[in-house]
Design a protein around this ligand. Structure first.
Ligand code: AMP
Length: 402
């Protein structure tokens, strides 16, 4: 069984094909500049694990033309991987916002697509693009191939009400659904499942803190096998500082600077989502590697950005230890979490009160599912590389097998 995994943005379409017989990657690629308004062509870059590459530029006014390019790449190009798209058993879509409507993955029938579209109010940058891609799939492939929605928010739907409510007038929850939904759920679920499998334990018997540290960052507290709390909120802006996002801050800061600079809600959204975080503090870059290099060369703002981010991560982990009344395992994942051993070590140094000790030898290894704390460490600390596409493919397979 081959599953086609789609991660669609408004002008991009990332995809992977995964062979579920051995969960191997068949190919992956990206279409870019879909619907470009400056007259430029769309692009496709398609790669296979044996090193073949197909690149092309063509008209891509909508996601439908992008899918046609993908079908060509998959079935006819020099980097083809199958004779016909009929070999695909199902399409799994990553969907950022499932609200309270989608506590789990499901088949995207007409009613579900309408709901995903309605939830665009809560994720205006993402859900409308997902709907474009889902409808384009219907146009290109008809309804022969089932489409499944896998929601970033689903894993967090188990949070108790006291952890997901905001202390605003209740009517905003009742009338507009204003509450914490979280994000990166597919990754938090995947790495916590992998951890339990690695240890041969039942997730239900563990208290786990998963740290997804990438361009976007979030931390989840997992208790009794399900999500108990998570750092992202109503949108993926909440939590702690990220590449370009603020994380949590006193809301009066926003009304204050809005009045000072005559800013609109759209300006505030842009500043908080795209111009803040480590980029805003360093005035240099949102990239962790570049920041580390700049800090080593003496750039004080780069060093400050890194110190602030680390401090906020430690605070979140500490608060979740308190919230769960303990922790058995801490897991690091995603671009920074998987690749920055010094940061992992520094964070754990600040958590010494938990009896954590890091072992440098495994901590300096890359690309492995590995325990990085010593055998004596009171809390196990692990690196588990995330694989959201594989997680989506597994969910998709499960849904269509039901
Ligand atoms: P992601 O969003 O998961 O792709 O993560 C992107 C972040 O991971 C960026 O800030 C990168 O700088 C960071 N990253 C990727 N590779 C490395 C590396 N080798 N060392 C440190 N950070 C890295």
């Amino acid at each position: 069984m081959k599953i086609f995994v789609v991660n669609a943005g408004s002008s991009t379409l990332k995809y992977q094909v995964i062979d579920m017989s051995d969960e191997s990657l068949v190919c992956k690629g990206i279409c870019d500049r879909i619907g470009a308004t400056d007259g430029s062509l769309g692009t496709i870059t398609h790669k296979t694990p044996d090193g073949r590459i197909y690149e092309n530029e063509c008209e891509m006014p909508t996601h439908a033309e992008a899918f046609e390019s993908v079908v060509y790449a998959l079935t006819k190009s020099d980097a083809k991987v199958m004779d016909s798209f009929d070999e695909i058993s199902a399409i799994g879509h990553r969907i950022v916002q499932g609200g309270s409507v989608f506590p789990e993955s499901c088949i995207l029938d007409d009613a579900a697509i309408d709901e995903v579209e309605k939830l665009g109010e809560l994720a205006p940058l993402h859900n409308p693009a997902h709907v474009l891609a889902i409808r384009a799939c219907l146009k290109t492939f008809g309804d022969k191939i089932p489409q499944v929605g896998v929601f970033d928010t689903a894993f967090h739907q188990t949070m108790p009400k006291r952890t997901y409510m905001y202390a605003l007038p209740y009517k905003y929850y009742r009338e507009y659904g204003v509450r914490k939904y979280g994000a990166h759920g597919t990754s938090h679920k995947y790495v916590s499942d992998r951890l339990a499998a690695m240890l041969g334990k039942d997730k239900k018997d563990m208290k786990i803190i998963t740290c997804h540290l990438g361009s976007g960052c979030s931390i989840s507290a997992i208790k009794d096998g399900v999500c108990f709390d998570t750092s992202m909120g109503f949108t993926p802006l909440d939590g702690f500082m990220m590449g370009t996002r603020t994380g949590t801050l006193d809301p009066s800061v926003l009304t204050y600077i809005a009045e000072k600079e005559n800013l609109t809600p759209a300006d505030i959204n842009r500043i908080c989502n795209k111009e803040s975080g480590v980029l805003g503090i360093s005035e240099l870059t949102n990239d962790n590697r570049d920041l580390v290099n700049a800090a080593e060369e003496g750039n004080e703002q780069a060093a400050l950005a890194l110190e602030m981010q680390r401090y906020q991560i430690v605070k979140f982990i500490g608060s979740y230890v308190a919230a769960m009344n303990g922790v058995d395992a801490i897991v690091f994942t995603a671009g920074i979490g998987e690749n920055n051993p010094q940061l992992r070590k520094d964070i754990c140094k600040d958590l010494q009160f938990l009896g954590i000790e890091i072992d440098d030898e495994p901590n300096n290894k890359r690309g492995l599912e590995i325990r990085i704390s010593t055998a004596d460490s009171k809390v196990g600390v692990y690196v588990v590389p995330t694989n959201e596409e594989l997680a989506i493919a597994r969910e998709t397979k499960e849904v269509i097998s039901k």
